[in-house]
Design a binder for this molecule. Structure first.
Ligand SMILES: NC(=O)c1ccc[n+]([C@@H]2O[C@H](COP(=O)([O-])OP(=O)(O)OC[C@H]3O[C@@H](n4cnc5c(N)ncnc54)[C@H](OP(=O)(O)O)[C@@H]3O)[C@@H](O)[C@H]2O)c1
Length: 312
């Protein structure tokens, strides 16, 4: 199957057009500079112009090497959409104080070698957050033109609602962990009111909340299982049934198992932007192919069950 044109969507309630697949930049230090130039150039040329960073990826190195390699591709800045995150002080604490957010964004802009960020996300909820401080920081960043759009990551609905009460700019995005295997937000919707593990509410109906308020869900680690335990595709020891079904559907739709795992995410009617963390062009192509197939309803459910979930 050949790569087709990249599908796009609006980011949250904005009119910013973004590709359905974002390029995750957390693992970019695995590439040499030449490989990185080739990878970024291939992504942009194939419609993948949205890059997801964070100030902590590679201790800041991912943003720095990206900027250097991007410059070498010769593409103009306005051709790409840069998203980054702040708010985590690694291994120490979370910090949403105004000064910390402003200082973090200065660092991000410097490392990415740009005047503005298209999207800034708060990386993980800070229990000590004063929403008025965040609002003041966002106002300053917006008014100075340093950040154009805002969102959050790993927030539950009430945390979003609390912050949005004070922040003027619409929160467009919630970036969350989501894959066929790590799909508790789906299970809790099926197993409502049941005495089963799937009924445990981990994130407060976040997927329904995001749909209700037209926010985009960005999915991190779409091919991983557990708490950073690894990739489920091809892992027959832990996921024999799931890999049987992935293989069967890969043959049926004439794509690879990775494309099927991506298609499972795209089939959900929430406005989902998949953040792919691969560093390989061939793998990214498989994921693009996955965005171009529409899984049958029965196949979507079959994959869900094969991943070890249940329907009551
Ligand atoms: N907001 C947050 O808290 C948060 C947390 C984590 C990540 N993120 C973001 O989400 C992005 C994606 O996260 P991730 O890298 O964990 O996601 P991922 O796309 O699920 O995983 C990519 C990794 O899996 C490997 N892999 C091996 N076999 C694979 C297969 N068959 N299909 C796909 N990948 C395979 C890739 O290797 P190859 O390079 O060899 O393909 C790569 O190392 C990150 O880059 C980052 O931007 C956000």
């Amino acid at each position: 199957m050949k790569t087709k044109q990249m599908k796009t969507m609006e980011l949250g309630t904005s009119n910013l057009q973004v590709p359905r697949i974002a390029v995750g930049c957390m693992r970019l230090t695995e590439l040499s500079e030449d490989q990185l130039v080739e990878y970024i150039n291939w992504c942009i040329t194939n419609g993948l112009n949205f890059f997801d960073h964070a100030d902590i990826y590679g201790g800041g190195a991912c943003e720095t090497i990206f900027a250097k390699a991007f410059k070498k591709t010769g593409h103009p800045r306005k051709e790409i959409i840069l998203q980054s995150k702040c708010g985590i002080v690694p291994g120490v604490m979370y910090d949403f104080d105004k000064d910390y957010i402003l200082k973090s964004v200065e660092g991000i802009l410097q490392r990415l070698d740009t005047d503005y960020l298209d999207v800034l996300l708060l990386h993980r909820p800070d229990a000590l957050m004063d929403p008025k401080e965040v609002a003041a920081a966002f106002d300053e960043l917006y008014e100075s033109g340093k950040v154009r759009h805002f969102g959050v990551s790993n927030f539950n609905p009430m945390q979003i609602a609390l912050l949005q009460k004070y922040v003027k700019q619409p929160l467009l995005v919630d970036q969350l962990q989501f894959s066929i295997v790590n799909s508790w937000m789906i299970s809790e919707g099926f197993e409502v009111n049941m005495p089963t593990d799937g009924a445990i509410m981990r994130d407060g109906s976040v997927i329904e909340y995001l749909r209700l308020y037209d926010m985009t869900m960005q999915t991190w680690s779409p091919f991983q299982y557990g708490d950073w335990e690894g990739v489920f595709i091809g892992n027959r020891e832990k996921f024999p049934e799931l890999n049987d079904v992935l293989d069967e559907l890969a043959a049926k739709y004439d794509v690879t198992p990775t494309a099927i795992a991506a298609a499972w995410i795209f089939r959900h009617p929430a406005s989902i932007q998949l953040i792919a963390g691969t560093t390989k062009i061939s793998r990214m192509q498989e994921i693009i192919n996955g965005s171009n197939i529409n899984l049958d309803r029965a196949d979507w459910y079959k994959l869900y069950m094969a991943a070890g979930h249940r329907l009551p």
